[in-house]
Design a protein. Sequence first.
Lengths: 336, 336, 330, 330
Amino acid sequence: MERTLSYLDAIAEALEQEMRRDPSVIVFGEDNIGGMGCEGKLGNAWGPTKGLHEKFPGRVLDAPITESAFVGAAVGAAATGLRPVVDLLFVDFVGVCFDQVLNQAAKLRYMVGGRAKVPAVLRAMWGTGMRRGAQHSQSLFSLFAHVPGLKVVAPSSAADAKGLMISAIRDDDPVMFMEHKLLYFSRGAVPEDPYAIPLGVARTEREGGDCTIVAIGRMVHEAVAAANILAEDGIECAVIDPRTLSPFDAETVYESVERTGHLVVVDESPRQCGMASDIAALVAENRFRALRNHPTTVTGPHAPVPFSPTLEDAYPPNADRIVAAVRSTVAAKDRV
Amino acid sequence: MERTLSYLDAIAEALEQEMRRDPSVIVFGEDNIGGMGCEGKLGNAWGPTKGLHEKFPGRVLDAPITESAFVGAAVGAAATGLRPVVDLLFVDFVGVCFDQVLNQAAKLRYMVGGRAKVPAVLRAMWGTGMRRGAQHSQSLFSLFAHVPGLKVVAPSSAADAKGLMISAIRDDDPVMFMEHKLLYFSRGAVPEDPYAIPLGVARTEREGGDCTIVAIGRMVHEAVAAANILAEDGIECAVIDPRTLSPFDAETVYESVERTGHLVVVDESPRQCGMASDIAALVAENRFRALRNHPTTVTGPHAPVPFSPTLEDAYPPNADRIVAAVRSTVAAKDRV
Amino acid sequence: MATTSAVTQLGRDRLLDAYRTMRTIRQFEERVHTEFATGEIPGAVHLYAGQEAVAAGVCAALNETDYIASTHRGHGHAIAKGCDVTAMMLEIYGKAGGLCGGKGGSMHIADFDLGMLGANGVAAGGAPLVCGAALSAKMRGTDQVAVAFVGDGGANQGAFAESLNLAAVWELPCVFVVEDNGYAQATGTSYHLRGLNVASRARAYGMPAEVVDGYDFFDVLDAANEAVIAARQGGGPALIECKAMRFFGHMEGMDGQAYRAADEVDRLRADHDCLDNFARDVLGAGALTADEIAEIDGSVAALVDEAVRVAKAAPAPELSELLTDVYVSY
Amino acid sequence: MATTSAVTQLGRDRLLDAYRTMRTIRQFEERVHTEFATGEIPGAVHLYAGQEAVAAGVCAALNETDYIASTHRGHGHAIAKGCDVTAMMLEIYGKAGGLCGGKGGSMHIADFDLGMLGANGVAAGGAPLVCGAALSAKMRGTDQVAVAFVGDGGANQGAFAESLNLAAVWELPCVFVVEDNGYAQATGTSYHLRGLNVASRARAYGMPAEVVDGYDFFDVLDAANEAVIAARQGGGPALIECKAMRFFGHMEGMDGQAYRAADEVDRLRADHDCLDNFARDVLGAGALTADEIAEIDGSVAALVDEAVRVAKAAPAPELSELLTDVYVSY
Ligand SMILES: Cc1ncc(C[n+]2csc(CCOP(=O)(O)OP(=O)(O)O)c2C)c(N)n1
Ligand SMILES: Cc1ncc(C[n+]2csc(CCOP(=O)(O)OP(=O)(O)O)c2C)c(N)n1
Ligand SMILES: [Mg+2]
Ligand SMILES: [Mg+2]
């Protein structure tokens, strides 16, 4: 029987296997060990780095709450021979160190005419649903995708999380590795041996000839649920998980849309200048003739994420909204 | 004869008139006076704030290089009764204070259930062409447009700059006021009396029934140049300047596309998750049947901005590229 | 240990207020702790128990019109600034009628009518805001003072250092209160501050700074009075560093506290309880009676019971609230 | 004023190197100033003239394998770390063959082969990068040291304060060199630093810090040696604050310098020229001869002439360069 792991443990396994394979891989962030400077026990990290310091003494560091300094340090370390994997905790905190991401990590190689590279991975938790309020529930990968020089990865399954993290660590460019906080404890079959899933290659979660659904992160699971509901009515949807948002695998989406003629893009972050809008625009511009109806975006509202569970649950798209969007687009007859 | 002003002086006049009108308006930033703590003369500011401190002693402040603190201070001051107009200099520096924009200014009102407002204006220089290199030439308004809670304004003319700045200052929400650095010395007729141009209302720079061109900032002028070239061949383009990017005046664009059936969107920033892509997606999703051909985005490349003038001049779109895009879209026959 | 004169000169009413404030915070936090365990309270809750004397002492030096900006561990500051306990509880439960309509939660409790500019989910998030509130007071010509609370860990944030500098350069009427509770999550100050005081940083930026016993209401109040009065009179900013450890984990639900010495919390509760210290001092000075204290304990318990009852019974916010308050107009 | 022994113990070769470095920087900057006035040099150029002893003194304490991260005012640091003067000039002109292929310009000059991690367009941008380079050296078990240069204004950036803290907590082999040239653009340090030294901030973060005369190569070198050797031996970070004003405006082309006292620059050039100080000391000590100094002046002038000639004659980068170097692979 296949071995299953949680999304969180799959990331942890990727970190451990790459640290074992490559001595230049180091890990740091706030409480990545947990317990430094305390009278009690070490090892109070709760995320994928838990226990890693025991396997790799000296190669896992705790940082003070100095994101600008330690994210910048990741850039400096990467440009001088290491492969740091840095933990930002909530992606929302990129606010306090955005210069390091936007102006240093992303641009260093270009500014020096290719005479340096920045093989750093910045891990960050994203997404709604954890009842953390507006400053702990954003997605923000759309901001990163807009910035040349960054790669952006957002796995939706444990298996992808491991394979993409291994690729991200081996990659020679700065990678924003987006971990959906509500997927941490979702389990799936994960091969034990190290394996690399190439960046920039989408995964077709489900085939279907009637409508193409592109969904990101946790929304992939809502899209599959929607597809199953629609299948009962004989509407077969392809569900595509881009997995990497930058570079974006447009070809896989194009091929599917050429078959289906219908596109629904699902993302829990706000639509304006977001990934859903961008994917819709790509298809509209490059496969216009293939579309039988307008592309449809199903996204979170143009609002911060509220705290109250009732309100927060109404924020992200869900299977019902996706079903409705698919029904309405496929209902349209061929263009007149 | 109409009075003309430079874009820079038009902004200065808006600041002066609003400070005169409303004592709660204050201005600060690095060298907004210029000369504090020096043996020589005060008044070394070079931008729109030059000389303002003499007209409004005590209401213009110089700040140390502490963007996080003073942009955050603008939020705190705005939430407690003032209307600060803060100078970020180059928009690229939003990197060092992004938390204040993303997590504080944009979200405060929502997080406290509407019990506060943040009437602050953040002025920033954007755009390519000044030979400043990758860290001083970005646009970044697409990032701001993605963030709920922010308003984003980007005037392309002196008259708009004055009227929009007056509205931005009077507005009760945080406004990112984007000043294109290459337009500072462009002149235009500017009425002397104060006037407010409503946020969220586009301006149709030029009418035309064959193709709709939506352009942002300096690109508006390239679009007009393109339209004039095309007019010689009998191709009449409507040129629309959104002026405000968030909220975005989609209706004006829709109405034009319903007449023309063709859309070209021009923005010098990178396409991915950018405004051009977003506008193309809006039209594709909401006016699909009106489009006779795919929407076309004409943007800067997915690359940082290079220093070398030769390279930098090749970065932003220009009239020729816009002409080519329009020709190719209008060439397409009605959809079959 | 406060002297009898220090105690008595404060006067009965203010002593009663001070005790009521600290007891209310303690009761509120102990109760949120037990209610959280039932699973009914959503989200991230950071309890203030143990540090009550800091919030109470600092806010006792403030007027209602003064401002404070808080941290993620904000219940104590909110209560000390006078926020309605039931409205706070409603907010923590994410219910309609909460101080922020249920949209903020524990990490964003605010009441602008009382000058409580909000808890903050970003470490040191309150410091720049307080510079702005202080600038506003200065520009508007009021004598308001603004106080920023920050933790020992948050004090390492660049935004905090910049705020010290800006406040000093602009000579703002504000006070920075560092609450050194020994930990930033599971990282100790002997590591992340190298065992040093934040106070010396503030002095390096050009403002006076004092380190006080955060378990002693009177010590905190004295330092706060000095700093607040100076700020109010145009003397510029100051920093107060208060040492007081938290009784609970970093965050409800997910902190086993293995990083703490086994008996640490027991020792704190036994020997470093600011409420015990206060009672000892006021009773010793004969300033208050045991009955008066017992009466407050009882009424506070009833108040918090009622708050929880109301919060549990209250409806969720209307779904339409999802899209309101994003802008004043859009 | 350096003692004879201090001078002579350095040895002829290193004295010649030091003078050549400082003269090259001076000549380079004076020439860029005049060439900029012709309009042929694009962009933002911040000249280092006046501060040469800082870059030269600090880099004289470093090995080629050590790292430095610079500021927007980076020509001096680059030259002192050994960057090719012609390749630098090509970069400043935005031409093919420039150190960064013309894509970086004056504000991004770098040469990773020489440990020059780059000038930076963001104030204090170099400090976090240097923490990383120092961490890298420590992890790789080399004895490399990393030095971050920052201006007095940049020292107010939160990222700089955070870097001091991180370097102290991680005990990194790095040195922070604050160049207090009196101004941040047109704002004076008596305002934005309240006339205080940055050194005291560093001490508050737990590292040794020294304030030195930035016009005196030997003073800078002594302080740098002490800090660099300590860092190399595992002693952790330190800060050196050098006082030396710039001879030119903040930026070429747009600074009238009205904020400076009328005769300030004249006084600087007359009485505070680090090259004059150096010549006085080495000649006084009989360590070098006037001829040797004159020879260097001549060869440096020729070197810079040639650099400018080459830069002017060089072609622009290929247009295809616009899209290269964004990623290693994409
Ligand atoms: C900028 C930022 N980084 C990280 C976090 C995550 N975080 C939340 S609380 C906390 C510890 C804060 O410690 P301290 O400031 O001492 O406050 P305490 O929890 O001890 O009251 C951290 C790291 C955050 N909220 N903001
Ligand atoms: C974060 C940031 N804010 C503002 C600027 C604009 N700026 C460029 S140089 C400068 C002054 C820097 O002063 P200082 O650090 O003393 O260096 P100096 O120019 O005196 O060498 C400023 C404000 C910047 N580059 N980065
Ligand atoms: Mg703490
Ligand atoms: Mg300076």
